[in-house]
Write a protein that binds this ligand. Sequence first.
Ligand code: MD6
Ligand code: FE
Length: 219
Amino acid sequence: MTFDLFGNDADDDTTNAPQTDELGPGAFVLRGFARARLATLQTDIDAVIAQAPLRHWLTPGGKRMSVAMTNCGDVGWISDKMGYRYGTHDPLSKQPWPAMPASFVALASDASEAAGYRDFSPDACLINRYTLDARLTLHQDRDERELGAPIVSVSLGLPAVFLWGGLQRGDRTRRVRLEPGDVVVWGGPSRLVYHGIASVEGSFDAQAVRYNLTFRQAR
Ligand code: MD6
Ligand code: FE
């Protein structure tokens, strides 16, 4: 076959297939999976934030986190001097967390399925906002009751350097660049892998931020 110079041949299944990078067993980066949905997702993020404003939680040790956070869904992730946990109400407003927008539910379902996880039905969506000086140190996500369910994580806005480690805190880490529209899905043997955000990339533009949505089955 000599004419397939432009990669448009019907046999060429890479032409339209989105690129997937395997980080480890059960963990994948679906490159650009949410790209076509970014504008809608951002509108819906803004609506959630209007009801439940972003805030900087205190760690159990009393330090202000550099990443600003809020939640939507049946339960939200909370941190304060009493520890990390999920709660049904926003401690600031005393109101239930806003409902998960339909665009979020659809994306979490489509992405988990694309990564080979069936019947993922998240009850929590954590919204993280990173300015250029924000970091998320290496951690495990282990506050969820259902560790059999995967996590779906969506990047919007500025690119970031994601750290992907191992099952021990001291394991060496790999640096993975995440672009807007990339979706990371992980579970199975990788569910408790240490990870973090080393840096967010951009110039000092007052508007420029990165958002990340992480969907979990917390209860
Ligand atoms: C972030 N993400 O990408 C931080 N946790 O901003 C996480 O901490 C994370 O991406 C669990 C599963 C996927 C994640
Ligand atoms: Fe995490």
